[in-house]
Design a protein around this ligand. Structure first.
Ligand code: IPE
Ligand code: IPE
Ligand code: MG
Length: 252
């Protein structure tokens, strides 16, 4: 018998699968609370949802999956939770590396990575180097990331380039901005998913989502499955992306 996600997958138009899907993985704490567990159990179970989403994305031909795993603002959470999250990242990078390579996943990371604990940063760099040749899907983890940090750094880089005579003010265009963002080289996401019922962006990819389709679900991140991903993609495929044009122009 075909599972629910098989049926959903078959309904997806393979020619119009978003190339890049970005996800704000939210609701781990509330999931734990509902199960009478410590918040960390929510984060630990969130790793299953990451695996599930990555597999599902690969199965339908999504080429880039970007996951908001830890924000600049998340550093201000209680120290014990921050430390446990960094620990979880270390354990997950270690346990998942073989599977990433088996599934031809290229691991990438964006954010103020130098703020990560040294062992964490070392493992992350090793995992990125080890998976650099993989070509099925690029998994980008946003870690110690915020869009304002990224835009602030872009402005600084631009000022430095002008100062060093590498760029003139007249050359500042969209591509000059994009080239100085952490996402340089990645296409913009066509679809942005947020779980847990919150309807906000929380400082994620502000430049890159200018024309992304937004999809919200009440499902808490640890309960998110590939079926949910497929529902988001199917909804995306129903929408008319007009990019400021009128409908007749888009259809022509
Ligand atoms: C998302 O889950 C994971 C991170 C932000 C690290 P939360 O920990 O924000 O879960 P809630 O929002 O408290 O339920
Ligand atoms: C957004 O979730 C950041 C991540 C998913 C890593 P938060 O739980 O930190 O966002 P707010 O506080 O609800 O806006
Ligand atoms: Mg949250």
């Amino acid at each position: 018998m075909a599972s629910e996600h098989d049926a959903l997958r078959l309904a997806i138009d393979a020619a119009r699968v978003p190339r890049h899907v970005a996800v704000i993985m939210d609701g781990n704490g509330r999931w734990a609370e509902r199960h009478g567990e410590h918040r960390m159990m929510g984060h630990a179970n969130g790793v299953n949802a990451v695996r599930e989403t990555l597999t599902g994305a690969g199965e339908v031909g999504v080429k880039y999956l970007t996951l908001y795993a830890f924000s600049t603002e998340n550093w201000n959470r209680p120290q014990a939770e921050v430390e446990a999250l960094m620990d979880l990242l270390v354990r997950t990078l270690t346990s998942e590396l073989d599977s990433l390579n088996e599934n031809r996943v290229r691991l990438n990371a964006i954010g103020d990575l130098d703020k990560l604990p040294p062992d964490c940063l070392r493992l992350l760099r090793e995992a990125m180097a080890s998976t650099a040749g993989n070509d099925r899907i690029t998994l980008t983890l946003a870690l110690s990331y915020s869009a304002r940090w990224e835009l602030m750094r872009m402005a600084r880089r631009m000022a430095e380039d002008v100062q060093h005579g590498l760029l003139s003010a007249a050359d500042v265009d969209e591509s000059a901005v994009a080239a100085r963002l952490a996402t340089a080289g990645l296409p913009d996401p066509e679809l942005l998913i947020r779980t847990s019922g919150e309807r906000r962006i929380s400082n994620f990819l502000l430049w890159q989502i200018a024309y992304a389709e937004l999809w919200f679900t009440d499902t808490l991140w640890p309960d998110f499955t590939r079926a949910d991903l497929y529902r988001a993609i199917l909804d995306y495929q129903q929408r008319e992306r007009r990019f400021g044009l009128v409908s007749e122009q888009v259809k022509a």
